[in-house]
Design a protein around this ligand. Structure first.
Ligand code: TYM
Length: 323
């Protein structure tokens, strides 16, 4: 199967990105044809500093490599190394009704948070549709917050196929791949973990910072000795995703019986996080020390991605009569 997904370089990656997306990228790079990219065109809707953007792009490439994405198995590339994306976005935008974009929650959210209502932000889902359709993706691993963008992608593809495709159609219709237990990872305040809510735990923060941040996790005021319901506790929900099986069983039992305080759970979550990312942290230092190796991965990825993208763009151009 053809797998494709992207991450915006808008700052350090957090554990919501890891659990909601990158873990699935890693699982799907085996036995499939996988394409994973750094969405720098998309990040232009929020990052307005060339130096910073270049640094963030490098950081996300390095994060993906350190966490276990393997350039021998998956094509790892940077979106803007494939400028064909922007041309396809234009072709798609000519068949995209305004109303579809007007109902997008992520646009409305961002404008409400104070981002200026610019055309790029409004047309963001069309660019995302281009990303996906340009590679004939079957499956797109993402968190729940991207579901609506995937629906628009399918709608736009269908529309283009209906208008221009003839019997065979031009684009393959992609499906989202969203795992229930990690679809929405909560942040320190219990809302969805997101940079714009300032409630994130960064994957590659220093261990001391991770331990300290976890302490900010919001909990209720149930006393230590009282029984607690692990199924409705966001702190436990996160602990569950990182704990070793024995630790998990013990903490769960003590939740139900009473006798465990949130402070202890936070400490144990902090330790589990530090431990989980210890090896990637070491690998990361290696990649950072060798930017030439990262550049090589990037260049090789761009070449492979572009070859695929060109074929599909040509089909789309021919179908609508340009070029
Ligand atoms: P971005 O950069 O915001 O997030 C990258 C991935 O992480 C997931 N994610 C989460 N999952 C669960 N819980 C959370 N709290 C959480 N926070 C983030 C996101 O769902 C996403 O899968 N528009 C996309 C980037 C993009 C893209 C694409 C994705 C551009 N083109 C084409 C797929 C296909 C975005 O802003 O993701």
């Amino acid at each position: 199967m053809r797998i494709l997904s992207g991450i915006q370089p808008s700052g350090a990656l957090h554990i919501g990105n890891y659990l909601g997306a990158i873990q699935q990228y890693i699982a799907l790079q085996d036995g499939n044809e996988a394409f994973y990219f750094v969405a720098d065109y998309h990040a232009l809707t929020s990052v307005r500093d060339a130096g910073k953007l270049r640094q963030y792009v490098f950081d996300v490439m390095v994060d993906m490599l350190s966490l276990g994405l393997d350039p021998e198995k998956a094509v790892l590339f940077v979106q803007s190394d494939v400028p064909e994306t922007v041309e396809l976005a234009w072709l798609l935008s000519t068949v995209t009704p305004m109303g579809w974009l007007e109902k997008c929650v992520s646009y409305k959210d961002k404008v409400q948070q104070g981002l200026p209502a610019e055309h790029g932000l409004f047309a963001y889902p069309v660019l995302q549709a281009a990303d996906i359709l340009l590679y004939d993706a079957d499956l797109v691993p993402v968190g729940q917050d991207q579901k609506q963008h995937l629906e628009i992608t399918r709608d736009v593809a269908e529309r283009f196929n209906n208008v221009y495709g003839g019997k065979k159609g031009v684009f393959r219709l992609p499906k989202p791949y969203i795992l229930d237990n990690v679809a929405v990872i909560p942040g320190l305040d219990g809302r969805k973990m997101s940079k714009s809510y300032n409630n994130t735990i960064e994957i590659f923060d220093e261990p001391a910072v991770i331990r300290k941040k976890v302490k900010r996790f919001v909990t209720d005021s149930t006393p230590v000795e009282a029984p607690k319901n692990p199924d409705t506790c966001p702190l436990f929900g996160l602990f569950k995703l990182f704990a070793k099986p024995d630790d998990l069983a013990e903490v769960e039992r003590r939740y139900r019986e009473g006798g465990i305080g949130y402070g202890e759970v936070k400490t144990r979550l902090g330790e589990a996080l530090v431990e989980r990312f210890a090896e990637p942290r070491e690998r990361r230092a290696e990649w950072v020390a060798h930017p030439d190796r990262v550049a090589k991965v990037r260049a090789a990825g761009a070449e492979k991605a572009r070859a695929t993208a060109r074929t599909i763009l040509e089909k789309a151009r021919a179908a609508c009569g340009v070029g």
